[in-house]
Design a protein around this ligand. Structure first.
Ligand SMILES: [Zn+2]
Length: 134
């Protein structure tokens, strides 16, 4: 049984999941003003253009905020506890909600430098971008 909840994939998020499966982190970028956009949208929130395309990003960022889950919010996640749920601000600007792996939850700090990593979810074809200390 999976120890993860499988994220729903939709037409608008499929390029993100396809890239993760290749070991790449992508966000949308505006062709008119170069603004980086995440989560995916139909129009650029900076200039309104619909010329958005998926582009690789560095995968480097900092922890904007976080919390540590000591009680599983879903039975599937029980084995993961305690785990760190964080909002990571990418170098390119967008913020992603993600997990921090590879360090004790008590060592996580706001402003900590992190780097993307990829986690295969058991019993699925989903690869989940997560972050670890840089
Ligand atoms: Zn724009």
């Amino acid at each position: 049984m999976s120890t993860r909840l499988i994220p729903p994939r939709t037409e608008s998020t499929q390029p993100y999941w396809d890239a993760a499966a290749r070991g790449e982190l992508v966000v949308q970028q505006c062709g008119a003003c170069n603004f980086h956009v995440f989560p995916p949208r139909a129009n650029c929130p900076a200039c309104g253009s619909s010329e958005l395309s998926w582009k690789p990003v560095t995968g480097q960022g900092t922890i904007y905020t976080y919390t540590v889950a000591h009680r599983a919010p879903h039975p599937v996640l029980a084995e993961q506890c305690p785990f760190t749920l964080a909002v990571v601000e990418l170098e390119e600007g967008p913020r992603l909600m993600t997990n921090i792996i590879g360090c004790n939850p008590e060592d996580v700090e706001v402003g900590m430098r992190v780097q993307v990593a990829y986690e295969d979810i058991d019993d699925s074809d989903v690869v989940l971008p997560v972050f670890k200390p840089a």
